[in-house]
Design a protein around this ligand. Structure first.
Ligand code: BGC
Length: 751
């Protein structure tokens, strides 16, 4: 008998002995409750996971590493019995939450719950259950306030719990390297600090419901074109200073139970069997204790995937999928020694750890009523904190004393746009499908009428620019809504679709008081930008987008969102003017080299000296702010900044102070760009009031990553700190001398 066969046989024997002991104990339990260490909440999640693992049979362990997609409900019957036993098929079909994303059977004998999985970051996606849709994650990142995604996470996590889902596939954090990426709206922008902070808070909010949240898609899955065959070449230095740093911050702050590996290849290795990303960085260097689940259909092998760090094959179904982690494949790999028993135990231990650590075992999910009205208020608040006022010449906004308004285009009479794909929530009130795009039933037109009952408001669809311009010419103010659809599955365009550019130009020519409201997944070009006095970027503003837009336009709410991405002025400004693999049929092997390294977004613009259309961090308010008394000192390796923010205008408003750090000579310091966002803070101030704010710059944002020694290094020298309310609006500057410093990037907590 081989060593691994002997190990399996021993494990089986041990397990049947354990089962007999459990049965004996059960018969005694009539008089005395049995103590199961894994059910003891006084023990640590580690200890409980170890105890549960020790009590599990091989077949039980294998249940936890092989998950099914929702499609299993109808299709699992077609899978041969040798791959999925009739008992397991029956279990899946009777326990899966219909309409969800996926399901991993639990071990009822031991009180280990099923993993009932639902997408995603804007809300519970279940085709049969209505849910409250938050604004897109990109919009929420524009709040520059972790309290916003945290509150949103708490709300959507509560809806997940109340609909019997204990795992959310939420926490999208791929950096916006490619402004046309069809999924940028699911992510939190182009900066690792901002994205990490926002997504960490979202995950923390979700998991406060004692369920698991999943950060995704790990890693560098930054475009949808050829997403399953794209091989990304990128250096370890670039990743650790940008894409992976965003994950690192978010994992530290949010402690997600699971990480979803991505479809693409990174430096020639599939995301879900990438030893460097999964074993070296995530599990070793960051000391991550949770588990790695695959994206749906992203697994390509059994032993290589397991040994390179994948813990759970998720989303199996059914006819076309290869059951790489199905019981027969796993047993064969164990028997041949291709996967060690220790590795299988580690996979299961990690899954169990996440279930115990989150509270999903102690507090099983069950169906309960949902207060949709209260939850919609959370979504509305998120939108009100996030919409970005890009332009407001002559203080056209907020609208005051306006007698007539022409509202034009964007289906503003019906609802607000939402993004497509696996994050597309079935909204309370039902989705409105217009040309195969989802709109949420929250029409800005009705909301404006409600806010301005004495104003005459007429609507024109915008189908005919001349007719729209004629209506606009008769009104005091024209508000044009433009929409740009983005979706998982394909990349978008920076040019508005259809006749929308012509529409805005025609309306602006007819009425100089034209406001443009943009509902987009991410950046767009604005060829009419110079012709209109006011522009509000609403992104995909969620289930209460209509009222949020109306309340900002009318001044009930003072806008305070700032751009989490740069809006490029032209395709030529991009690091990759052509999207690799755009055009050929799907699954065409494609390569892209991210030779821009960590210089993403504003860093790329700064490094190249190009001026974007709208800069990262930009966002206007109806009041004005002044900064004063900037001081900076070293605290350990970090920099502690203090600054006074004063409201110098006439209205209460929220200021976003952004601190950018710059070495005296960025190239000599080995930085990817002249400066980085080091810290940010949002403060609400009444007119005439001021507040002292403290911010801390994490040492990793002052350092470069050195692959040769797996370390972070700060080069000695003078560093400039500039604080302002946009990356292109510096207000105050100070300098600080940093001593040389080097520390390990492995389990290297920053201080
Ligand atoms: C997406 C994931 C999603 C999964 C399950 C995949 O296509 O990339 O983000 O969680 O489907 O729906």
């Amino acid at each position: 008998m081989t060593r691994s066969l002997a190990l399996i046989a021993t494990a089986l024997l041990l397990n049947s002995a354990q089962q007999a002991a459990t049965a004996q104990a059960a018969s005694r339990s009539a008089t005395r409750p049995i103590y199961h260490a894994w059910l003891d909440p006084k023990l640590s999640p580690d200890e409980r996971a170890r105890a549960a693992l020790a009590a599990m049979t091989l077949d039980e362990k294998l249940r936890l590493v092989f998950g099914f997609s929702d499609q299993a409900l109808t299709d699992v019957g077609k899978v041969p019995d040798e791959i999925v036993s009739p008992e397991l098929k029956n279990y899946v079909v009777t326990h899966l939450v219909k309409g969800s994303a996926g399901f991993v059977p639990g071990v009822p004998r031991l009180g280990i719950p099923d993993q009932t999985q639902t997408d995603a970051s804007m809300g519970v996606r279940n085709s049969f259950i209505p849910s409250t849709a938050l604004p897109s994650s990109l919009a929420t990142a524009a709040s520059f306030d972790a309290a916003v995604p945290r509150a949103g996470g708490r709300m959507i996590g509560a809806e997940a719990r109340a609909t019997r889902h204990n795992t959310m596939l939420s926490g999208g954090i791929n950096l916006a390297r490619e402004p046309r990426n069809g999924r940028n709206f699911e992510y939190a922008g182009e900066d690792p600090l901002l994205a990490g902070t926002m997504v960490g808070a979202l995950i923390d909010g979700i998991q406060s419901n004692r369920i698991i949240s999943t950060i995704k898609h790990y890693a560098v899955n930054d475009q949808e074109s050829q997403r399953t065959t794209l091989d990304v070449t990128v250096s370890a230095e670039a990743m650790r200073q940008s894409d992976l740093l965003a994950f690192e911050f978010a994992i530290e702050q949010g402690n997600p139970g699971s990480v979803m590996c991505s479809y693409n290849l990174i430096n020639g290795r599939w995301g879900c069997e990438n030893d460097y990303l999964l074993n070296t960085v995530l599990k070793h260097d960051w000391g991550y204790k949770g588990f790695v689940m695959s994206d749906w259909g992203a697994v390509h092998s059994t032993a290589p995937a397991a040994n390179n760090g994948l813990d759970q094959f998720t989303g199996f179904c059914c006819a076309a999928d290869k059951p790489w982690f199905g019981p027969p494949a796993m047993k064969a790999a164990l028997q041949s020694g291709a996967i060690s028993e220790q590795r299988l135990d580690d996979m299961v231990q990690r899954i169990l750890w996440a279930l115990f650590d989150s509270g999903a075992v102690d507090d099983p999910v069950k169906v309960t009523p949902i207060d949709y009205a209260a939850n919609a208020a959370v979504a509305q608040k998120a939108a009100e904190e996030s919409l970005v006022l890009l332009k407001n010449d002559g203080d056209l906004l907020p609208l005051r004393g306006v007698k007539t308004i022409a509202v034009i285009g964007g289906n503003a009479d019906k609802g607000v746009m939402a993004g497509g794909g696996s994050s597309d929530v079935t909204p309370v009130g039902g989705a409105i499908m217009i040309e195969q795009h989802t709109f949420l039933p929250s029409p800005p037109l009705a909301a404006l009428k409600q806010e301005l009952p004495r104003t005459r408001i007429d609507f024109d669809s915008g189908a005919d620019p001349a007719a729209a311009a004629a209506l606009a010419a008769k009104a005091d103010v024209a508000i044009v809504f433009v929409t740009q659809h983005d979706s998982e599955g394909y990349d978008g365009s920076l040019n508005l679709s259809g006749n929308q550019d012509a529409l805005v130009a025609a309306v602006a020519a007819a009425n100089p008081k034209t406001v443009v409201v943009v509902e987009s997944g991410g950046a767009i070009f604005m060829p009419w930008g110079g012709q209109v006095p006011a522009i509000l970027e609403a992104f995909y503003p969620g289930i209460r987008g209509g009222p949020a837009i109306a309340r900002i336009l009318t001044g009930k709410v003072n806008p305070s969102g700032h751009l989490p991405i740069s809006f490029p002025a032209s395709t030529e400004q991009l690091a990759h003017p052509q999207i690799a693999g755009l055009g050929p049929p799907g699954e065409t092997p494609t390569a892209v080299t991210y030779d821009e390294g960590a210089a993403i977004g504003y860093k790329w613009h700064d490094a190249k000296g190009t001026r974007p259309l709208w800069a990262f961090g930009h966002g206007l308010s109806y009041t004005s702010f002044a900064l004063s008394e900037l001081t900076a000192r070293l605290e350990g390796k970090a920099i502690k900044l203090s600054i006074t923010i004063g409201n110098t205008g006439k209205r209460t408003g929220k200021s976003v102070a952004q601190a950018y750090v710059a070495p005296a000579d960025w190239q000599k310091a080995g930085w990817e760009a002249p400066r980085r966002l080091g810290a940010f803070a949002k403060a609400e101030l009444k007119p005439g009031k001021s507040q002292r704010i403290e911010m801390v710059v994490d040492p990793r944002l002052l350092a470069t990553y050195e692959a040769a020694h797996n370390s972070w290094r700060i080069k000695a020298g003078t560093y400039r700190l500039t604080v302002g309310d946009a990356s292109d609006a510096p207000m105050l500057t100070t300098e600080i001398a940093l001593p040389a410093s080097i520390w390990s990037a492995s389990n290297g907590r920053a201080q």
